[in-house]
Design a protein around this ligand. Structure first.
Ligand code: GTP
Ligand code: MG
Length: 629
């Protein structure tokens, strides 16, 4: 009975060659096709362009927890592997032996098939699933030096012993295998063992040709189809083995699989249908069962042009996929930058609001209340201040003197009241800003992931820093009075007490500032202010020189507050800074991809068209029960 389709390789236009050899069209490079292409944007070679791309990819990070980040990180890892494992070494040695990676579900009979094809038990097959955990590479002794050198799949340590370590590659030679072709028996692609699965994917990306092995029982599984899609998308050369097909089901199963392949656009790949059979004492399949496959590979091995064409197609497909893949990475980097910006904006908005609240507090006179107001009134009730004021309020001073009992100057108390009023304000705005920044981040997926530590509140030492800030400011106000007010009429040049008193008055002026000066005292001082208090303030603020100093003192205070709040905001901003992509990461990726694309178009790999296609030929009928040993 003739069952299935098998090998056959056709060329473009040519029907299967008379000899039945895998008449694969060898592409002839770029000559002839170059005229129609856009002008190249650079003149570097593909290996150079790929090396730059490798560097750009190596620098890409996606630490912000965005929906795109996980896939991007996986793509980076896969691309980096593909460049290191396959593209760079393969481009450097286009004539190196063809690597056939044998991949598929566990128990599909991959190891058994490889052993049978090379006529030696090079890879243990077994009943324990999964059996193959560490890849085994088998080649003709003449090719072993190339694979041993470790340019291909450099991350796998070469060994001469079988083992279980997925980071090793067991190298075996088999004289029965012709030179020019090597088989790599891979762990299963849908393994329950994570490391197996990851390794299988990595190995497939390093294949010149993927021999996909499935069984009558497993061919409809989802995972292999995903991988097959990936292989098709990459334009990788693919051949399929439908293994262990029971005689009675052959037609049905082979037809169904062929239908599925056609639906997925994979019908160009050669499909070999192998009958269910017995393995011999060595664990090898009978020669007649594997003969079509063995012949096909033998002809491929013997045909250097065909092998070169396979390499060109797989390479060309992988290279063509690089620019769009790298663009997806650049977009993911853009998203990281945008998210970092958005998070920073939330923090900055929270602290800008805090700054504004302080500014407003200074403008609307709300600070000139309670304790500060009481202490101020007490203070101006003493002669210290009054004596320092200019003569034009001398008469007023007399009245004030009369109104207030003479007491020791409560300057210290006023200063303390100003300090505590300001510190309370600063603590309040810092607490509020922290809360806003915190909730702003919490609501953002990438922000929530960054919120470790106590970021819901102002920093623990903020009260102390705020106190220090106010005291420093007060000192600087006195300094201002000393330096700038030294030659003004309202300060007695040498009197320390006068400096002190004027300084305190200036601080009050800062508290009252704009609301006070243009609109009058009632706004700022509110009810309960004594006539004397108002009058003195008016006298003070009526003076242009004092107003100028008050403005300076106010600006000084606001600058200090900005520094304090900036420090608070830094607690958040430092986190985004740590994870923010380095400037130009996305640009570097895009430029590197452009260089690769330009070099690819010049190289001729862009012209690769499918070199292997299916044709229906006879294949051995499944063994009957009577033929089984
Ligand atoms: N009867 C029969 N047994 C087979 C055939 N092919 C494989 N086996 C047996 O099936 C079991 C699994 O085969 P393996 O070759 O180890 O399968 P594998 O695909 O390499 O499995 P993993 O390494 O786990 O991915 C072994 O016990 C083989 O002897 C076959 O065609 N007929
Ligand atoms: Mg195996």
């Amino acid at each position: 009975m003739s069952v299935g389709h098998a090998l056959a390789v056709t060329t473009h236009g040519d029907s299967a060659s008379p000899s039945g050899a895998p008449a694969v069209a060898a592409r002839t490079g770029s000559t002839g096709a170059g005229e129609d292409r856009p002008a190249p944007t650079g003149d570097d070679t593909l290996p150079d362009a790929l090396t730059s791309l490798r560097a750009a990819i190596g620098a890409a990070r996606f630490p912000l927890a965005l929906p795109s980040a996980e896939l991007a990180a996986r793509t980076v890892a896969a691309l980096a592997d593909q460049l290191d494992d396959y593209l760079l070494p393969r481009l450097a040695r286009l004539d190196a032996p063809l690597l056939v990676v044998v991949g598929g579900s566990t128990g599909a009979g991959k190891s058994t098939l490889v052993n049978s094809l090379v006529q030696a038990r090079v890879s243990p097959a077994g009943v324990l699933r999964p059996t193959t955990r560490s890849p085994v590479l088998v080649c003709n002794p003449a090719d072993s030096a190339w694979f041993r050198r470790g340019e291909l799949l450099p991350g796998l340590t070469r060994t001469n012993q079988p083992g279980d370590d997925p980071r090793t590659l067991h190298l075996v030679t088999a004289p029965a295998l012709p030179p020019g072709l090597a088989f790599l028996d891979a762990p299963d692609i849908d393994s329950v063992v994570d490391a197996n699965r990851a390794l299988a994917n990595q190995l497939l990306a390093a294949a010149d040709l993927w021999l996909f092995v499935t069984t009558a029982a497993r061919y409809a599984d989802a995972v292999p189809w995903e991988l097959l899609h990936g292989a098709r998308a990459r334009g990788a050369v693919l051949a399929l083995v439908l293994n262990r097909v029971p005689a009675e089901a052959t037609d049905e199963v082979a037809a169904h699989l062929a239908e599925m392949l056609a639906e997925q656009g994979l019908d160009a790949a050669p499909l070999f249908v192998l009958p269910e059979t017995w393995v011999d004492g060595q664990g090898l399949l009978p020669g007649r069962s594997t003969a079509p496959l063995a012949d096909w590979f033998a002809r491929l091995a013997a045909d250097a042009e065909a092998r070169a064409a396979v390499v060109r197609q797989t390479l060309g497909g992988a290279l063509a996929l690089l620019p769009p893949t790298v663009e997806s990475l650049a977009l993911a980097v853009d998203e990281q930058v945008a998210a970092a910006d958005a998070l920073d904006d939330r923090v900055r908005a929270a602290y800008r609001a805090a700054n504004r609240t302080v500014e407003q507090g200074l403008r609307d006179g709300r600070l000139l209340r309670g304790e500060v107001l009481a202490r101020w009134q007490e203070f101006i009730g003493t002669s210290d201040l009054i004596r320092t004021l200019e003569a034009r309020i001398g008469r007023l001073r007399d009245r004030v003197m009369a109104a207030f009992a003479r007491r020791p100057a409560p300057a210290v108390e006023l200063r303390d009241a100003i300090e505590s009023q300001l510190v309370t304000l600063l603590r309040g705005v810092a607490a509020e800003a922290a809360e806003h920044a915190y909730t702003g981040w919490k609501a953002h997926p990438a922000g929530a992931a960054l919120l470790e530590g106590d970021l819901a509140h102002h920093s623990a030492d903020l009260p102390q820093r705020a106190e220090r800030l106010v005291r420093d400011w007060q000192r600087s106000v006195l300094e201002l009075v000393r330096v700038e007010g030294g030659d003004r009429r309202f300060v007695a040049r040498t009197a320390a007490y006068a400096v002190n008193a004027t300084g305190l008055a200036l601080m009050i002026a800062v508290f009252a500032s704009t609301a006070f000066i243009p609109t009058g005292l009632e706004v700022a001082t509110g009810a309960g202010t004594t006539l004397a208090g108002q009058a003195v303030l008016q006298a003070i603020f009526g003076d242009q020189a004092v107003r100028t100093l008050a403005r300076k003192a106010r600006e000084d205070l606001l600058e200090r507050v900005t520094v304090l709040l900036d420090d608070e905001a830094t607690r958040y901003l430092i986190r985004t800074r740590q994870v923010r992509p380095v400037t130009r990461t996305a640009t570097a990726l895009r430029q590197a991809a452009e260089r690769v694309e330009a070099a690819r178009l010049r190289s001729g790999f862009a012209d690769a068209t499918p070199v292997l296609s299916a044709a229906t030929t006879g294949v051995d009928a499944p063994m009957t029960d009577g033929e089984r040993p």
